[in-house]
Design a protein. Structure first.
Ligand SMILES: Cc1ncc(COP(=O)(O)O)c(C=O)c1O
Length: 409
């Protein structure tokens, strides 16, 4: 007899290296809701919130400015967060730029270099608007955007990327995990294709950082765009850009904190990363993010990956087993489970889930209109899982969706 979903869950739990019920105590908000909107933003654990409180209550000053003790302490904590992040991604602190989100990280790459008419950028039809519009905006400079297609489960064949390369290709930019389908791209192969053809590769790790190992050698790309506020469990308003060679980009924002000297109409930029972080940065956010990254490190990214994928795959199967429910994406998905209930409007379904069972999901186009239009899907409900979600929450989701499917369709 094939194992039931429950036995699958239990078998996987036996292999878990962390106690999901114990860590939930660090996320008090989870007592009030079934939080399945992790692909949008995650909850932040107590130790990270405490680090932020400690900043405000004991040493808040400005970063990199001032000889007084508060400014010094703030700078030390901020730089310590950079070291933590660098260690997490197996790079040097000088390669880590703090930003406000993934979107800003991608925009720095798009607008921090010269483009010439005819330059060719390869991306895909299933990208989030944040890995689409920055490149589309370069059309005013004559840049040509090439959209590689995925299969109908959101998986991109790396061979299609290789075929799309021309003599004018200047960049390949692809999301590691699709926020629409939960599909995982073979980024190791895509990075290899880039290296072989001497074309830089940007990986949008919005849905994978903190949920999947990214520090292995074959996963090191030229530009890695990372949210602090999703899988890394940091606070909102934090993001990271990892640059393999920071000297290749110019900063897109200039001002205080970014220059070595200014004399009349001349100036010289500081070395990276400071030149990319002009103005007062988000010190409490970055310090909280550093602590959150330590938290994720202690859980073990490989453990989180197993846990999240297991929950998502069981959830997808349980939803697919309900009459009138359509689940999108591949079987071997990451933590994202998009679905529809009959012809019901996804927003209505999401609202009913919230009102009946306090389940938080996302609904609509997921900031990926071209992707949904390409596949003729008029929006979906999206359940997305994180390190702290449980098997019981999968059950609640499946039961609640079943009730909607039997009551309204
Ligand atoms: C694949 C992908 N890229 C980019 C983004 C934008 O991320 P941020 O909100 O951190 O700018 C998201 C957000 O959901 C995403 O899923």
């Amino acid at each position: 007899m094939p194992p039931t979903a429950k036995t699958i869950l239990l078998t996987h739990y036996v292999h878990l290296m962390y106690d999901v019920y114990a860590i939930r105590k660090d996320f008090p908000v989870l007592n009030n809701v079934v939080y399945l909107d992790n692909a949008s933003t995650s909850q932040t654990p107590k130790p990270a919130v405490e680090a932020i409180n400690e900043y405000f209550f004991t040493y808040a000053g400005n970063y990199g400015r001032g000889a007084h003790r508060l400014a010094q302490q703030t700078t030390e904590h901020y730089e310590s967060a950079r070291e933590t992040v660098a260690e997490f991604f197996s790079c040097e602190p000088g390669n880590v730029i703090f930003t406000k989100n993934t979107t800003e990280s991608i925009n720095i790459v798009a607008h921090g270099q010269e483009w010439a008419p005819g330059d060719h950028v390869i991306t895909s039809v299933i990208e989030h608007h944040s890995n689409y519009l920055p490149w589309l905006s370069l059309r005013t400079q004559g840049v040509v955007l090439d959209l590689v297609e995925s299969n109908n489960e959101g998986v991109i064949d790396p061979a299609k990327i290789e075929t799309a390369i021309t003599d004018s290709t200047k960049l390949i930019t692809i999301s590691h995990v699709s926020n629409v389908f939960g599909s995982v791209q073979d980024i190791s192969r895509i990075i290899k294709i880039g290296r072989k053809n001497d074309i830089p590769v940007l990986i949008d790790a919005a849905q994978s950082a903190g949920h999947m190992p990214l520090s292995e050698k074959d996963l090191r790309c030229d530009y890695l765009a990372v949210p602090g506020h999703k899988g890394l469990l940091g606070p909102q308003g934090t993001g990271i850009l990892i640059l393999r060679d920071p000297a290749e980009l110019r900063p897109t924002t200039l001002g205080g904190g970014a220059v070595e000297w200014v004399r009349g109409c001349e100036y010289e930029l500081l070395e990276p990363p400071a030149r990319f972080e002009a103005g007062t940065p988000n010190m409490p956010g970055v310090i909280g993010l550093g602590r959150a990254v330590e938290y994720v490190t202690a859980l073990g990214v490989a453990n989180v990956e197993k846990h999240v994928a297991m929950l998502a795959r069981v959830a997808a199967q349980k939803l697919a087993d309900i009459d009138n429910v359509t689940v999108y994406g591949p079987k071997d998905r990451a933590g994202v489970v998009p679905f529809n209930v009959g012809q019901l409007n996804p927003h209505d379904v999401s609202m009913i889930l919230d009102e009946t069972s306090k389940i938080c999901t996302r609904s609509g186009y997921h900031c990926a209109m071209p992707a949904l239009e390409f596949f003729g899907i008029n929006g979906t409900v999206r359940a997305s899982f994180g390190a702290y979600n449980t098997a019981e929450e999968v059950e609640v989701l499946a039961e609640s969706v079943k009730l909607i499917a039997t009551s309204f369709v």
